[in-house]
Write a protein that binds this ligand. Structure first.
Ligand code: COA
Length: 164
């Protein structure tokens, strides 16, 4: 019973109230805070109808959030991943990534994401999960900071399309 309570459940974000709640929590930590990204921009990203936004729920509490951009040339792009500070270092980030990869690999051979050049902890986290640096985007979000583009791949894209 306890084990089931502690299971992590990835489900779509529900409505503006939940988006406001996640925005308020995101605004207190993470690379977006370091870069001075405004809460209103985070709220817009969480409520963008062209994104797929999921929350990670554990024992009825929201432990984290992930924003996916599906379609386009970088199909399967993780725009934002956050585990709220009080839930970090318990393996939830890795579980969220497993759930997200399951969704993305159903439609594409690649999962892409960007991580800020100063965010060493997240770089280590993604490397451990099999992501490789693919490029570096200079001054991409804010002047003076680079974004490292990372990819996890299961093979060439056209091989996948040919199977469809
Ligand atoms: C990066 C981030 C998503 C990782 O989430 P997390 O839930 O802390 O990640 P995990 O717990 O799965 O793994 C992190 C560490 O905890 C360890 N860990 C995993 N399960 C554990 C457990 N049961 N008990 C203790 N430690 C554990 C992992 O080994 C890992 O250690 P390492 O850093 O030495 O490799 C989270 O730190 C975060 O939201 N950071 C701020 C936002 C951010 O940087 N997002 C990425 C932007 S691109």
């Amino acid at each position: 019973m306890l084990n089931r309570m502690n299971e992590l459940h990835l489900r779509p974000l529900r409505g503006d109230a939940e988006a406001r709640d996640c925005t308020a929590r995101l605004a207190t930590f993470g690379p977006w805070r370091t870069m001075g990204i405004l809460a209103e921009k985070l709220f817009q990203d969480l409520t963008n109808p062209q994104r797929e936004v999921f929350v990670a729920e554990q024992a009825g509490k929201i432990a984290g959030v992930v924003i996916l951009q599906l379609g386009g040339s970088l199909d399967g792009y993780i725009q934002l991943l956050a585990v709220f500070p009080e839930f970090q270092n318990r393996g939830l980030g890795e579980k969220i990534m497993q759930g997200v990869e399951e969704k993305i690999f159903q439609r594409s051979k690649n999962v892409f994401l960007c991580v800020s050049s100063f965010n060493m902890r997240a770089q280590k986290f993604y490397k451990k999960l099999g992501y490789q640096k693919t490029g570096e985007l200079e001054n991409f979000l804010v002047a003076g900071q680079n974004e490292i583009l990372m990819r996890k791949t299961r093979g060439p894209l056209l091989e996948f399309c040919a199977q469809q």
